[in-house]
Design a protein around this ligand. Structure first.
Ligand SMILES: O=c1ccn([C@@H]2O[C@H](COP(=O)(O)O)[C@@H](O)[C@H]2O)c(=O)[nH]1
Length: 269
């Protein structure tokens, strides 16, 4: 998917919501467990209930890998089911020596038809560049993560700048704002002004709204750009709003609350 198309979708839907699909067999409603593929059935109903409100879906690969071969099957069916105009993110946090990264890239971009994959920058350029060889596919590089432990390394100073700034300033030359995005946690909006000085035009994937307590307005105040520039992810706050038979309906209600807030913000661009 191109950046222009993504922005068109944001304008059309008045939304920059990314719904996380971290589907945990132990958390889904019990009535689904008697079905052949409960994980896929859950995802299908979440997608059906939210697809007019979301511009992206983000399955976290851990939730599928943990289920073995059956989990990969549910993931493949989910990706095939999501409408093509919706941006898909394999939240896999991959990255390895070049020839290994090339195979990770094939797994998500050729074997499965994801639009993007999250990649950890720690192993440097040759671990990231193989993911950038695919037309209209995206790398989403970890920048400033939302978790408490993110501060263990990401803010350490080198040459007067925090490590995450080195990551962004160096890596942006490996691709462009047409094939790279960065993860910036919603729990750390105070870094967005500085981040926008380094990468004014790139899209940011922002997890941490909802269950982790990140604030949508704060993120938008400092992180939005003229093409929106943000994909805001909420997972547990949406998909586990209820664990009863009304789970999809309640998920829609939560997604709608965020979309309505986003609509006003899109209009202000
Ligand atoms: O810095 C990061 C990077 C990734 N994540 C992932 O996003 C979702 C968040 O889920 P919530 O339920 O909305 O908290 C999840 O898949 C994380 O692994 C992140 O939270 N922070």
């Amino acid at each position: 998917m191109t950046k222009e198309f993504l922005f068109e979708q944001i304008q059309q839907k008045q939304s920059f919501l990314c719904v996380g699909l971290d589907t945990d067999i132990n958390k889904i409603p019990v009535h689904l467990l008697e079905l052949e593929d409960p994980i896929f059935e859950f995802n299908k109903q979440i997608v059906d209930a939210t697809k007019d409100l979301a511009v992206a879906y983000k399955p976290n690969i851990a939730f599928y890998e943990a289920m073995g071969a059956k989990g990969w099957e549910s993931l493949e069916k989910t990706i095939d089911y999501i409408p093509k105009e919706i941006f898909t993110i394999a939240d896999a946090k991959r990255g390895d020596i070049g020839n290994t990264s090339a195979l990770y890239a094939r797994a998500f971009f050729e074997n499965m038809d994801f639009d993007s994959v999250t990649v950890a920058p720690y192993m440097g350029s040759d671990s990231v560049k193989p993911f950038l060889q695919f037309k209209d596919k995206w790398v989403i590089l970890l920048g400033v993560t939302s978790n408490e432990g993110g501060k263990d390394f990401q803010f350490l100073e080198a040459d007067g700048k925090p490590l995450y700034q080195h990551v962004m300033a160096t890596s942006k030359a490996w691709g462009s704002d047409q094939n790279m995005m960065y993860v910036v946690g919603a729990t750390r909006p105070e870094y967005l002004t500085d981040i926008r000085k380094t990468i004014p035009d790139h899209f940011l994937l922002v997890p941490g709204v909802g269950a982790q307590g990140g604030d949508l307005q704060e993120v938008c105040k400092y992180g939005m750009n003229s093409q929106c520039g943000l994909l805001i992810n909420s997972t547990r706050g949406i998909i586990y709003a209820s664990n009863g038979v009304d789970f999809a309906e309640k998920a829609r209600e939560e997604a709608l609350k965020l979309q309505q807030e986003m609509s006003l913000l899109v209009q202000s661009i």
